[in-house]
Ligand binder design. Sequence first.
Ligand code: SF4
Ligand code: FES
Length: 377
Amino acid sequence: MTGGRDAEADAAVRPGERSSVQPPMAMLAELTYRCPLSCPYCSNPIEMAQREAELPTPAWTALMAEAARLGVLHVHLSGGEPASRRDLVEIVAAAHAADLYTNLITSGIGLTEKRLDALGAAGLEHVQLSLQGVDAAMADTIGGYRGGFDRKMQVAQWVRARDFPLTLNAVMHRRNLDRLEETIDLAVAMGARRIEVATVQFHGWADRNRAALMPTRAQAREATRIVHAARERLKGTLVIDYVPADHHADYPKPCMGGWGSTGLNVTPDGRVMPCHAAHTIPGLEFPRAGQTPLRDIWYDSAAFNAFRGFDWMQEPCRSCDRRTVDFGGCRCQAMAVTGDPAATDPVCTKSPHRPALVARAEADAGSDAPLVYRAGP
Ligand code: SF4
Ligand code: FES
């Protein structure tokens, strides 16, 4: 990959823009909400765009070039399951031709050796494989797809045989956190260079399954110990990215690196949003790719400017030293818990909503609620 944020992109930036808002680094392209799996923590919305509403091939290929001109460096091809799109190779080729670094985020279902060869020839540079569990019994139960685990192990071998760098994406929750050590060992055995140990974030279907998935406080603490020990033990072998359970943390995560600061998400039907859950914030309207120039959406749209910078903040964030570290946390979580998207993330110890959040998390963690599986579009 060479940089998309080059002289051409810089020259195209309007006078005055660069001083306040930088171009986005990454674009998450949700090519489709279709998926053979039905993970109960899927971040896709409960109400999904139907197949007929998906952007056609020329719209996606044009968007890749437009994103590169805006300054985007990386495109993450996601879904749903992006391999459900028959035109995936064409879209990868367009992204590669636009000089974007291409990462495929996939369950592996729908990939064959022939298709991986075609994707490699089209310029695919990285594969990120989801991992639902460490064995077939666990993974197939959580993913709601029998045979998925065995298929995934096969796909991982094909990926490694073709020398694609492999990252595993392991969403952890109450039902699999006790096997975190095995999860990390499996990543090494599969030849992954990196694993994202991501404790479930409660958006989309995960929010509906909050009681079934919420980790216990003891699990959250033990997970942090395991990750720190594994990072030491596996230095030079495996990089471990870690998203801890924020309901059991003192401060929120810097969601999206700050609203409208580093990346944009495009939904299957072309809406361009600052994050995958932004549609849950009432009053925000999201322009569509192909109808409004991406540059105008990024710099000028009301949705992308809604929570940029610090002026929108309320106390205690407004005068807090950590506002440049976590940007007040997650706007969508603030909305979901407090009903006010400009509120301090309720995870924060300084939020007046924190005690209620913790009490609810403790209650959820002790629940025996069944899993509700994601339904397809
Ligand atoms: Fe972050 Fe706001 Fe909490 Fe300060 S008050 S730590 S800025 S969420
Ligand atoms: Fe929307 Fe965090 S998911 S700001």
